[in-house]
Design a binder for this molecule. Structure first.
Ligand code: IMP
Length: 423
């Protein structure tokens, strides 16, 4: 059985915690897209674990972690993360695999990502600078370097030189930066070759065989629906497909294999980096949500922009991803607010916009119609049953359900594993 977990907003919905909660019922947790731009934080035994590339379900020792072909792998980040998690007591022996056909993020991808984004000036995207978009550009330009290419020294050096030819021309002539020497990368990266070999497998074959023998796979999406390269707020998006369909192409499994799709949405909305955000809140309330919700990027530390829950986008994400169950996270962050608001509809030039518009020009200029509900003052961190939630918190959840048209299966009320209220 395959279950996919998808972010319903702009990432940072708290998927890490949900994956950690679901992992014990699964044999394999597999990431299908993105790279070291992701950041999943899991709190366990008062210890904070931050995952960037490595699937967050690995805190459970019987779970195997997999990075699918759709993920882009930066060997430096990968081994750094591995070492720091090992220091916290996680053992990865025979329980972490990497797809041979996943593409590698190399030093020039990171340099180019940062230079390109700065060069955009006021139109900058605010990327994480981790070389994600530039690695995917090479993948689709057919000059990428895959794990399997890297494992063969001769193939690696040949491909590296091809990839660097045009980039060095750009670095030198256009960006007036120093060039990147292939020989230097070949030498510096040789230490990773034997180590990476231990992890490299055919992930598609591995997962399909596991499924044939009745194993359960949890496919972990990074980022969120509105950062999707096809359906997000282009060009303010990441360069992969976080939506549920990405699990098929990013792991090498048939759509027929997917049994369940779980959407994760925060009780409000956040976004890091540039791009339109209709329900964004200005001023003190933004600060308050950021402070109480600890809304700072797990990867870059950047403050996240905060806003009200946007039912229009989440409703769109429910259909696009084929969501079976919705989980709402961080409801506790809203405790203490006199009023809470939900972005219920958009208006554009006076007319109702029926759904999330793919035209970024329209999306940037919509006016949001809000529904204002009474807030609740009680702390809800200790609540373990839905019936124990304050009346107004229940009402808030039920109104979201009505607006997005799907049942909310669980609500998270704090950062630790136990703080989850099932319906
Ligand atoms: P990139 O993925 O580094 O190319 O960045 C593109 C956009 O996606 C930027 O707005 C980033 O802030 C955003 N982004 C990338 N990864 C994450 C994430 O894990 N959470 C939230 N935003 C992200």
């Amino acid at each position: 059985m395959v279950t996919v977990v998808v972010g319903m907003q702009w990432g940072d919905e708290g998927k890490g915690k949900i994956i950690d909660t679901l992992a014990p019922q699964h044999d394999i947790v597999a990431r299908y897209q993105g790279g070291a731009n992701a950041g999943h934080t899991v709190v366990y035994n008062n210890q904070k674990f931050v995952f960037h590339l490595i699937p967050s379900g690995l805190l459970h020792k019987n779970v195997v972690g997999v990075l699918g072909n759709g993920v882009v792998i930066d060997p430096v980040s990968f081994f750094q993360e591995l070492t720091s998690l090992e220091e916290l007591g996680i053992n990865f022996k025979n329980r972490l695999f990497v797809a041979k056909n996943a593409h590698l993020t190399l030093p020039y991808h990171k340099i180019l990502d940062q230079i390109e984004d700065n060069k955009r000036g006021k139109d900058k995207l605010g990327t994480t600078g981790r070389g994600i978009g530039t690695t995917y550009t090479d993948k689709y330009g057919r000059i990428g370097v895959r794990v399997v290419d890297f494992l063969n020294e001769e193939v690696f050096s040949r491909k590296l030189k091809v990839a660097l030819e045009l980039k060095n021309y750009l670095f030198e002539q256009y960006y007036k930066e120093s060039i990147v020497k292939a020989e230097q990368i070949i030498e510096e990266y040789s230490k990773f070759r034997m180590r990476l070999k231990e992890f490299a497998i055919d992930v598609s074959a591995y997962i399909n065989e596991a499924l044939d023998t009745g194993k359960n796979v949890l496919a972990e999406g990074a980022q969120g629906t509105f950062l999707d390269i096809d359906f997000g707020t282009y060009p303010y998006v990441t360069a992969s497909n976080p939506i549920s369909g990405g699990a098929c192409t990013g792991l090498g499994i048939s759509p027929k294999r997917i049994n369940k799709i779980i959407g994760v949405a925060k009780a409000y909305t956040t976004r890091v980096g540039m791009g339109p955000f209709p329900t964004e809140i200005e001023g003190d309330l933004n600060e308050r949500l950021r402070t109480v919700g600890n809304e700072f990027g797990a990867t870059t530390g950047r403050p996240r922009r905060c806003g009200w829950f946007d039912a229009v986008i989440v409703k769109y994400a429910v259909r696009l991803n084929g969501i079976d169950e919705l989980i709402i996270t961080k409801l506790d962050v809203l405790s203490g607010l006199k009023k809470v608001k939900i972005g219920a509809r958009y208006l554009y030039e006076g007319a109702v916009v029926k759904e999330y518009p793919l035209d970024t020009e329209i999306f940037e200029n919509v006016e949001v119609e809000y529904e204002e509900l009474e807030g609740w003052n009680e702390s809800i961190n200790q609540v373990s049953k839905f019936s124990q939630l304050p009346k107004n918190a229940k009402r808030y959840i039920e109104r979201i359900e009505e607006l997005v048209g799907i049942k909310i299966a669980a609500v998270s009320v704090g950062s630790s594993r136990e703080q989850i209220v099932k319906r």
